[in-house]
Design a protein around this ligand. Structure first.
Ligand SMILES: Nc1ncnc2c1ncn2[C@@H]1O[C@H](COP(=O)(O)OP(=O)(O)OP(=O)(O)O)[C@@H](O)[C@H]1O
Length: 732
């Protein structure tokens, strides 16, 4: 028999049953009163015992926090006496600041779990590790190896556990415990077997912000979070299977377990700010505050101000543009040409092979067209100094020859003999031309505007925005650099200049900057890519160059792809960068959508991704309904539905998902508290208790990926879905 204490109401949807997911069947049969009383006494004792244990942990947390704050104050008070000491001090202060952040973030639900082994030992699991004053372990960090059985043990594979316990806290007080027995043993008075926190978590009303799931990660999710792979991990699965939650917990795990990664920081890349805001609380609540959340526009630091047809965006996203652009830039450097310079009355020529050698040296020493140009200038100056020295030697030789002819003596030998007589060593023949001061000549040439304009003629400084505009408009170059493209495809590039950068231009701009100015300033130790099915070939390059270690967690679902990227699978996306060195995991259990909603979206899934198996939902709820309205009545009908929904489910979060062109009209309605209007092309990754899906035909027609937008929209609700079809107004 299973009972639950302290659990909140699971809401109107009920779990379907265990099904291997560890989710308990609902509605246990009623027990006789005496047994109920005994059970209640038993669980009260358990709650009290856990309360005492957790109070001790909070005391220790307070102590550790005070102590770490003191340590930081002491470190800050030290006066470093050398740059080395300053560096060491700053490192220590950074470390302590990080620990303080972790300890502070651990305040909420400090301890959420416990495991008891079959041999009688137990461990409490929480957000940080804590030891008592004697050094004994009070709490282990959820990311530690020792915590793995808490997540990974199942009845089929109990990993030495007898019991897994979840604790529920209000503030610092334990108010509920819930146990799962894993070794098949019968419950005793010390066990409180209940519905469990997953059911509770899934039944809670949404807030519009994703919540962390550290206490309820399932075994299949935990295996990915803890994967020892430091390379590329791909997580795929249908909507609501926990891809995002897994990726974010993996980022926290990686930061904790791979310190070298933590040094460089973690980037979470998402498609838009609506989505990044939605997931933005998860990592801080896991104690990770140093994670950067960014869209492509944030990474490039440019806001796209113009739009363009999807077909143009598609060709601009193709990765073979990178090679074409590189060759276009390469053609702006000197190849097979000499450099002739006039200094004073002298004209000197740096030969073709010297110029080519200087170009190669420059690009090797200073990657990027512009830095290499400066290095090339140094090489040119060096070559000119050599030439001038040679020229000086020739002039002196001529004078010497003239002197010898007039006086009948060799001036060099005379001078050397005179110097020897005076006890001075004569110049070493290898030390350069006597009287020619290379340093002074080099200094006078370095920074000389004449030299700069000479170099500018063969190797101009370039700016990424201008390069991109010129490149895209250079029909002749595009024809020779992109021979595999049809003339129509090339014309899409050249024939559609926009007044400002578009979204597809961002990755091209980044590529141009990389070619011109070298690698990006900020790179990361680990990158999480969410909604990765949206990335074009050029965008993959943009992310990969920011992750030289190729340590990445990539999550996505090609059935939900909104942009036509020309990339339909992980191999196509990743093999240019890592070959086949990536691990793919597939999540199959849907934690968001009810089975009824999933069933309603199945025909759309079959349409957009034939052959892809639907995920398996663990929740049940109302069958989605379809209503009709007319064009003029659309806003009024939606307003009435919102009011009805608010009356029946005051706690629930309502998402109104519609074609982009209807957003303005619908936002004028009773939005605000608990209601968000979202254009269908921005709904990826989001979730609501109730979804009002307005004008499905309009969503479908809004862009080429309309059917996939519609599929995404139907899979956003946790509980209730109402589809509002809009009929055209009849005349009169
Ligand atoms: N183990 C878990 N414990 C509690 N909640 C969970 C768990 N796994 C998933 N969820 C919840 O299920 C919902 C769906 O998860 P998530 O958004 O990560 O799925 P997804 O696969 O990324 O979906 P989509 O493809 O639609 O973006 C979220 O509310 C998430 O918090």
């Amino acid at each position: 028999m299973r009972r639950s204490i302290g659990a909140g109401k699971p809401g109107s949807t009920r779990p379907r049953g265990d099904g291997g997911d560890g989710v308990s069947p609902a509605d246990p049969p009623a027990a006789p009163p005496a047994r109920r009383r005994a059970a209640r006494d038993g669980r009260d004792r358990q709650v009290l015992a856990e309360r005492a244990a957790v109070e001790a942990m909070y005391r220790r947390l307070d102590h550790d926090l005070t102590e770490t704050l003191r340590q930081r104050e002491r470190a800050l008070a030290v006066r470093p006496e050398s740059p080395g000491e300053m560096y060491a001090r700053d490192l220590e202060v950074d470390r302590l600041t990080r620990v303080i952040g972790e300890l502070r973030a651990a305040e909420r639900a400090l301890c959420f779990g416990r495991v008891d082994t079959t041999t009688g030992t137990s461990l409490h699991i929480g957000r940080v590790a804590l030891r008592d004053e004697g050094g004994d372990l009070l709490l282990i960090d959820w990311r530690a190896d020792a915590a793995r059985p808490f997540y990974a043990a199942t009845a089929a594979s109990p990993l030495g556990l007898r019991r897994r316990r979840h604790l529920r806290l209000e503030g610092r007080t334990v108010v509920g415990v819930s146990d799962e027995l894993l070794d098949g043993s019968a419950p005793t008075e010390e066990d409180v077997v209940g519905d469990g926190p997953l059911v509770e978590a899934l039944g809670r009303a949404r807030t519009g912000r994703m919540r962390e799931a550290v206490s309820t990660l399932r075994a299949e999710q935990d295996a990915i979070v803890r994967s020892p792979s430091r390379g590329v991990t791909v997580v795929q699965g249908g909507p609501g299977t926990g891809k995002t939650i897994v990726a974010l917990h993996r980022a926290a795990y990686v930061l904790h377990s791979f310190p070298r990664v933590a040094d460089r920081g973690v980037l979470v890349h998402g498609p838009n700010h609506r989505f990044l805001d939605y997931i933005g609380d998860v990592l801080p609540s896991l104690g990770e505050n140093d994670v950067r959340l960014a869209t492509a526009a944030d990474l490039v630091g440019v806001k796209p101000g113009a739009t363009e047809p999807a077909v143009v965006a598609e060709v601009k996203g193709r990765a073979d543009l990178a090679e074409a652009l590189a060759r276009w830039v390469e053609a702006r450097r000197p190849h097979g040409v000499p450099l002739t310079v006039t200094i004073g009355r002298d004209t000197m020529t740096m030969g073709v092979s010297a110029v080519d050698r200087a170009r190669r040296t420059a690009l090797r020493d200073a990657p990027g067209h512009n830095p290499a140009r400066e290095r090339f200038t140094e090489e040119v100056v060096e070559e000119l100094v050599d030439l001038m020295e040679e020229r000086a030697a020739e002039t002196l030789d001529t004078i010497d020859a003239e002197v010898a002819e007039v006086l009948g003596v060799d001036p060099d030998r005379v001078t050397a003999a005179d110097l020897r007589r005076l006890g001075v060593e004569t110049a070493d023949p290898g030390s350069g031309q006597p009287g020619f001061d290379r340093e002074t000549v080099r200094a006078s040439l370095t920074g000389d505007p004449g030299i700069d304009s000479l170099v500018q003629g063969v190797w101009p400084r370039l700016e990424a925005g201008a390069v991109l505009r010129e490149f895209l408009a250079d029909r002749a170059a595009l024809a020779s650099l992109l021979p595999g493209w049809t003339p129509e495809e090339r014309e899409l590039l050249a024939g559609a200049p926009t007044p400002g950068p578009t979204t597809a231009d961002l990755a091209l701009l980044d590529e141009a900057r990389h070619l011109l100015d070298g690698p990006p300033e900020q790179v990361f130790g680990h990158i999480v890519v969410d909604e990765a099915q949206e990335l074009t070939g050029m965008e993959w390059r943009m992310l990969m160059r920011r992750c030289p270690s190729r340590s990445m967690t990539i999550v996505g679902d090609f059935a939900q792809a909104g942009s036509n990227t020309g990339i339909h699978g992980w191999e196509a996306a990743l093999s240019p960068f890592v070959g086949d060195r990536f691990e793919t995991h597939t999540l199959t259990v849907n934690y968001r959508t009810t089975a009824e909603i999933l069933r309603a979206s199945a025909p759309l899934l079959a349409e957009v991704a034939p052959g892809q198996r639907p995920s398996r939902s663990i929740r049940h709820g109302a069958v989605p309904r379809t209503l009709g309205t007319t064009e003029v009545e659309t806003a009024g009908s939606v307003d009435r539905l919102i009011e009805e929904e608010r009356r029946l489910h005051p706690e629930g979060l309502i998402g109104v998902i519609c074609p982009p062109r209807r957003v303005g009209d619908l936002e004028a309605g009773p939005t605000g508290r608990n209601v968000v209007v979202v254009p269908a092309d921005e709904a990826r990754g989001l979730e609501f208790d109730t979804v009002l899906l307005v004008d499905p035909a309009g969503i479908r027609a809004a862009r080429p990926a309309g059917a996939r937008d519609l599929y995404v929209a139907t899979t956003r609700a946790t509980t209730r879905l109402t589809v509002v079809e809009v009929r055209p107004d009849t005349a009169g």
